[in-house]
Design a protein around this ligand. Structure first.
Ligand code: PLP
Length: 430
């Protein structure tokens, strides 16, 4: 299948080229030329299928000739290596727990699929690939873990100084080898802007074969559609599932919207945001009006200009009414987030991290009769231990897996929020 640029539908690339380049040269995002429809037999038999079978079938519709089917099967098996349970939290509300992977966040799914796909494509490229990625917290760790020791690939991660948690920082700075971390004196949007500048810099691209691992890459975006099938696999297609998704860059929720467009009978979505609420405000006013980024306790959602907004618009033909037919917005500030975490712990004996808390809070307020709410558990609570101690139980202990991170040596390099400095670093390294 070909993918076109959201800025220019005449600008098209193959699956392979879209994955390697990440971004079209006109500053848009790649988007599938055709959204394939799943046939009814497939949809009716979801309860008899495994997640691997679903992933393999759905993703093959996009990768087609660019990845041989046998290879795709092994990539899928090596991507979905952990459980994705649907856990009942209270009457009619479930958490789809996406945090049982190596870095305990949903981003493991996309990062693992991308790393394996890219490593397969690199086998027949002439140069090594440099992955350049900006992170607000969880992407960095997931990418570091997903790409660690993948041959032919170097990784450079940019993260905002002082704005990620100690665990998130450890996950990206302790592996070494082909994984390099840069601590940027700025916020996430600054990091993202630096990365975008590098991609558009023709001179730099003569030295390096750059690729991105942000959620803008289709090889991260497409596999995220797969876990939306889990509730249907487990409970059939007759329930009115409402997916409440904690949103930052809007990669996760737009993956779900893609699944719906392909025919998965999702009843509706809630786009749950923290105080960085540019999209919910857009839903209300029809005006896309980014404010400055606000730092919150759900830091992976501290994004003021979500890069997947272009995909959201393209999915719904640039028509707000179409979007609103499937989706509503929700916002919750830090105080509300803490309150919901606390209530959920005391009433349900269930621990949720600050991101998932917002999505759960949205269901508590907005779920209607006859609907079944599923909120995406995007990170394990232990990644945000300071807040957990404060609002739930001060004696909560870190899992062993996390304790071990703090025994390792931390390595990163500091840079200013300056493209010249980033460019010098990249050219110096390779
Ligand atoms: C990245 C992240 C989000 C936001 O996901 P997007 O795809 O950027 O909208 C939400 N929660 C957690 C824990 C994350 O790491």
């Amino acid at each position: 299948m070909n993918f076109f640029s959201t800025n220019d539908s005449a600008n098209r690339s193959s699956f392979r080229k879209s994955v390697i380049e990440s971004l079209p040269d006109d500053g848009g995002l790649y988007f599938p030329e055709i959204i394939p429809s799943l046939d009814l037999n497939f949809l009716r038999s979801l309860t008899n299928k495994s997640l691997h079978e679903i992933a393999y079938h759905v993703l093959s519709l996009f990768s087609e000739a660019d990845i041989p089917l046998e290879k795709l099967q092994s990539i899928v098996q090596d991507t979905f290596i952990f459980d994705i349970p649907l856990v009942r939290v209270e009457e009619n509300i479930y958490c789809l727990e996406l945090f049982h992977g190596p870095t305990m966040a949903f981003k493991d799914v996309g990062a693992r699929f991308l790393a394996r796909t890219l490593s397969y494509f690199q086998e027949t490229e002439d140069k090594e690939i440099t992955i350049l990625v900006a992170t607000s917290g969880d992407t960095g760790g997931a990418v570091a873990s997903g790409f660690f020791n993948q041959s032919g690939i170097n990784v450079v991660i940019l993260y905002p100084s002082g704005k990620v948690t100690p665990i998130q920082e450890r996950q990206m700075t302790t592996l070494g080898g082909n994984i390099n971390a840069l601590e940027v004196n700025g916020d996430f949007d600054d990091c993202q802007t630096l990365v975008k500048q590098a991609f558009l810099d023709k001179n730099l691209n003569q030295y390096l074969k750059l690729s991105s691992a942000n959620s803008i890459n289709i090889a991260r975006w497409l596999p995220q559609a797969i876990y939306y099938y889990v509730p249907f696999m487990l409970r059939g297609a007759d329930e009115k599932f409402v997916f409440s998704v904690p949103c930052g860059n809007y990669g996760n929720i737009t993956s779900g919207m893609l699944a719906k467009k392909m025919g998965l009978p999702i009843h509706r979505f809630i786009a749950a945001s923290n105080s960085n609420d540019v999209v919910p405000r857009y839903f209300e006013s029809g005006i896309f009006d980014p404010h400055k980024t606000i730092q919150t306790i759900s830091n992976a959602m501290d994004v003021s200009r979500p890069s997947n907004f272009k995909r959201l618009a393209t999915l719904y033909d640039h028509n707000l009414q179409n979007i609103l037919a499937d989706t509503s917005g929700y916002r919750l500030g830090d105080e509300g987030t803490r309150r919901v975490m606390k209530t959920c712990y005391h009433q349900n004996k269930y621990l949720i991290d600050p991101h998932s808390s917002i999505a759960y809070g949205a269901l508590c307020k907005r779920l209607q009769n006859g609907e079944v709410g599923v909120f995406l558990g995007t990170a394990h609570h232990s990644k945000f231990m300071n807040v957990m101690h404060e609002v739930t139980d001060p004696n909560l202990e870190l899992p062993e897996k996390v304790k071990r991170l703090f025994e390792k040596e931390r390595r990163s390099e500091k840079i200013e929020n300056s493209y010249e400095e980033l460019k010098a670093y990249l050219i110096d390294c390779y």
